[in-house]
Write a protein that binds this ligand. Structure first.
Ligand code: FES
Ligand code: FES
Length: 162
């Protein structure tokens, strides 16, 4: 019987997502975004452009924000990954701060902004307005909610420090 490596290049990959392990046979062309959304059911990861230009599919991998539409699943073996679902289950202060500051309209871009902001606060608990703008500059919001993201991230930073 052919092993997984012989089946068109598919590989068995261990995904470490939000503290859980998932063992999946992955095709070489499958992106992390497709695997998270379509196979694991983490629908907080959004697809807008599918070409690395909007930030809506952002997740944290190895502590850094990455665009899951631009990473192949076979590159993720053993790397810890964090998605918006983890922040929600942990009641991270960013979630409430985004709601309190009305930092969303349709909400489609919001998970990408929030997870990018989480990576920023993990490495810089006291970001300036410029730090926040720079960290979020790869995220696009078609509804134009940009000013509110700065207020939300600053408020979450204050709550995390308190
Ligand atoms: S969907 Fe990945 S960057 Fe736009
Ligand atoms: S809130 Fe609609 S795209 Fe950002």
């Amino acid at each position: 019987m052919a092993n997984v490596e012989e089946q068109g290049g598919a590989k068995l990959v261990t995904f470490q997502i939000n503290g859980d392990e998932h063992h999946l046979v992955v095709e070489p062309q499958e992106t992390l975004r497709e695997i998270l959304q379509d196979r694991i059911g983490l629908t907080g990861v959004k697809e807008m452009c599918d070409r690395g230009a909007c930030g809506s599919c952002t997740v944290i991998m190895d502590g850094r924000p990455v665009l899951s539409c631009m990473i192949l699943g076979i590159e993720c073996d053993g790397h810890p990954i964090e998605t918006i679902e983890q922040l929600n289950s942990q009641e991270h202060p960013l979630i409430q701060a985004y709601a309190d500051n009305h930092a969303m309209q349709c909400g489609y871009c919001t998970p990408g902004f929030v997870i990018t902001a989480k990576a920023l606060l993990d490495r810089n608990p006291d970001p300036s307005e410029e730090d926040i703008t720079t960290a979020l500059e790869g995220n696009i919001c078609r509804c134009g909610t940009y000013p509110a993201h700065i207020w939300a991230v600053q408020e979450a930073a204050k709550k995390l420090k308190a």
